[in-house]
Design a protein around this ligand. Structure first.
Ligand SMILES: [Zn+2]
Ligand SMILES: [Zn+2]
Length: 84
């Protein structure tokens, strides 16, 4: 389901897609559980999945979000490594 709102990356008013900040099938569920997701437009979403440096930004953002409420040790426990 799509909703029209502001993209969290470019700020465009668009139909948004949910992006899981930490990539990988196994990590998706954990990302859902801890709400490590952002709502972005299709163009930004394609960008993030095709550019290495943007995906790195995404992982770091995901970890920072996680560490607002939980410890780094816990992050490494869940995702197997630290991105920061
Ligand atoms: Zn965008
Ligand atoms: Zn995505």
């Amino acid at each position: 389901m799509k909703e029209r709102a502001e993209c969290e990356i470019c700020g465009r008013y668009e139909y948004l897609e949910e992006h899981h900040l930490i990539p990988g099938i196994a990590n998706r569920k954990i990302s859902d559980k801890y709400k490590l997701t952002i709502k972005i437009c299709r163009a930004c979403h394609q960008n993030i999945h095709s550019k290495k440096e943007l995906m790195q930004w995404s992982k770091e953002k995901g970890q920072r979000l996680f560490e607002r409420k939980h410890s780094r040790r816990k992050f490494i426990e869940m995702f197997g490594r630290s991105y920061l």
